[in-house]
Ligand binder design. Structure first.
Ligand code: HEM
Length: 350
C-alpha cells in the first residue's frame, strides 16, 4: 500500500495534510441545526437527478413520433425503468422544495446581507435553472398534459412585450410546437441547464467557502459565552451523508408506493379540459388567471427582478422605514400569498 501511495505521490505531489486542512475548516455551531444546512440537500438531490437522468437518456428518444413510446418502454418494460423514472420525478419535486426552503432560511435569517449580496444573486440564478429544469423535463414525456403545458408556457413567453414572439420562437424552435421542439427541450434539459447548474453550484459554494457562512449567536451560546465550532470533516460531512441516506430511503419508498404515471399521448388537436403544470408552477398559473396576459407576465417579471435585487431593496427599506425587521414581515406576507395561490390553484386543478 505504501509503495502504491509513494508511486502516486511521486507523480502527483499532493500533500495529504494540506488537503485535510483545506477541507477541514471549522463550521459554526449553528449549522448543527438542520435548517441552517439545507443548502447541501439540493446539491445532493441534483446528483440523484443527474445519475437517474443519464440512465433515462439511454432509452429516451426526443421526437414527437418516438418520445411517448420510449417513456412507455422505460415505464413498463425496461428493467427497473419505472423505479429510475419515479426516482427522477420525486427527486425533482424534492429538489424544488429544498431550494425554496433553503432560500427561505437565507431570507428569514438575513443571510443575504452585506457581503453576501452576490451569492444571493447566484442563488436566484440557481432557482431559475431549477424551475426551468422542471418545466423542460415535464414537457419531454409528450403526454397530453406535458404537450399542452409546453404550449401554454410558450404562449406566456409570447405575451412579454417586444421580445415575446422571439422568446416563443427560441423556446419552440419555430412559431408553434413542431418536430424540433422536443429535441430542443431535451438539449436544454439534459445538457445546457445541468451544465449551467454545475458551474453555478461551484461558484455558489466557493463563495460560501471564501466568505464563510453567516455567524449567529443563540441565547444559550450567549449565556455560556462560547463560540462553538465543529470540523467539516468528518462531522459535517457525516451529517450531510445521513441526510442523503434518509432522503434515499424516503425517495425509494415514494417511488415504489406512488410511481410515476403516464397519461394519454399528446394530441395537438384536442385541448384537455384541465391543463395542469407541476405543483411549483401553480402559483404562477393562478397569477396568470387572476390578471390579464401582459399585465400578469410583466408583474411576475417585476417580482422576480425585485427578488434578484432583494439585498439592496432590503437595505433601502430598512433605512427609509427604520424598521429593522421589515423584510421579515414582507417575507411572511409573501410566503402567505404563495401558499394561498398554490392551494387555490391545486383545488381547481384536481
Ligand atoms: C441548487 C440550488 C442551491 C444549492 C445547491 C445551494 C447550496 C448552498 C450551500 C451548501 C450553502 C452553505 C450553507 C447552507 O447549507 O445553508 C449555501 C448558502 C447560501 N445560499 Fe445557497 N444553494 C442553492 C440555492 C440558493 C438560492 C435559490 C439562494 C437565494 C436566492 C441561495 C442563497 C444562499 C446564500 C445567500 C448563502 C449564504 C448563507 C449564509 O451565509 O448563511 N442559495 N447554499
Amino acid at each position: 500500500m505504501g509503495r502504491i501511495a509513494a508511486w502516486f505521490q511521486e507523480r502527483l505531489p499532493i500533500d495529504g495534510a494540506q488537503l485535510r486542512e483545506m477541507t477541514n475548516e471549522p463550521v459554526p455551531g449553528h449549522l448543527k441545526r438542520w435548517w441552517f444546512c439545507l443548502g447541501g440537500t439540493p446539491a445532493y438531490l441534483f446528483v440523484v437527478q443527474v445519475v437517474t437522468g443519464v440512465l433515462l437518456s439511454f432509452y429516451y428518444q426526443p421526437s414527437p413520433d418516438t418520445a411517448y413510446q420510449s417513456v412507455h418502454y422505460i415505464t413498463h418494460e425496461a428493467s427497473f425503468g419505472w423505479y429510475v423514472r419515479s426516482m427522477h420525478q420525486w427527486s425533482a419535486t424534492f429538489m424544488v422544495a429544498a431550494v425554496v426552503l433553503h432560500q427561505m432560511r437565507v431570507f428569514f435569517t438575513g443571510a443575504y446581507r452585506k457581503p453576501r449580496e452576490i451569492n444571493w444573486i447566484v442563488g436566484m440564478f440557481l432557482l431559475l435553472c431549477t424551475v426551468m429544469l422542471g418545466f423542460t423535463g415535464y414537457s419531454l414525456v409528450y403526454e397530453q398534459l406535458s404537450y399542452w403545458g409546453a404550449t401554454v408556457g410558450a404562449n406566456i413567453a409570447d405575451s412579454v412585450p417586444w421580445i415575446g414572439a422571439g422568446l416563443k420562437t427560441m423556446l419552440l424552435g419555430g412559431e408553434s410546437y413542431n418536430q424540433y421542439t422536443l429535441s430542443r427541450f431535451f438539449v436544454l434539459h439534459a445538457a445546457v441547464l445541468p451544465a449551467l447548474m454545475v458551474v453555478l453550484i461551484i461558484v455558489h459554494i466557493a463563495i460560501v467557502r471564501i466568505q464563510g457562512v453567516t455567524e449567529y449567536e443563540f441565547d444559550e451560546q450567549k449565556a455560556s459565552g462560547d463560540k462553538e465550532t465543529f470540523s467539516f470533516f468528518p462531522d459535517h460531512l457525516y451529517t450531510e451523508l445521513i441526510i442523503g441516506l434518509a432522503l434515499m430511503i424516503v425517495l425509494s419508498a415514494l417511488a415504489t408506493l406512488v410511481p410515476a404515471t403516464l397519461g394519454p399521448q399528446a394530441d395537438p388537436l384536442t385541448t384537455p379540459e384541465v391543463i395542469k403544470p407541476e405543483w411549483y408552477f401553480y402559483v404562477a398559473f393562478r397569477w396568470l388567471k387572476l390578471f390579464t396576459g401582459t399585465a400578469a407576465v410583466l408583474s411576475m417579471g417585476l417580482i422576480v427582478f425585485a427578488m434578484f435585487l432583494w439585498p439592496f431593496i432590503d437595505k433601502l427599506l430598512r433605512r427609509i422605514t427604520r424598521i429593522p425587521t421589515i423584510s421579515v414581515w414582507i417575507g411572511i406576507v409573501a410566503v402567505g400569498v404563495l401558499i394561498a395561490l398554490t392551494i387555490w390553484e391545486a383545488a381547481v386543478a384536481h
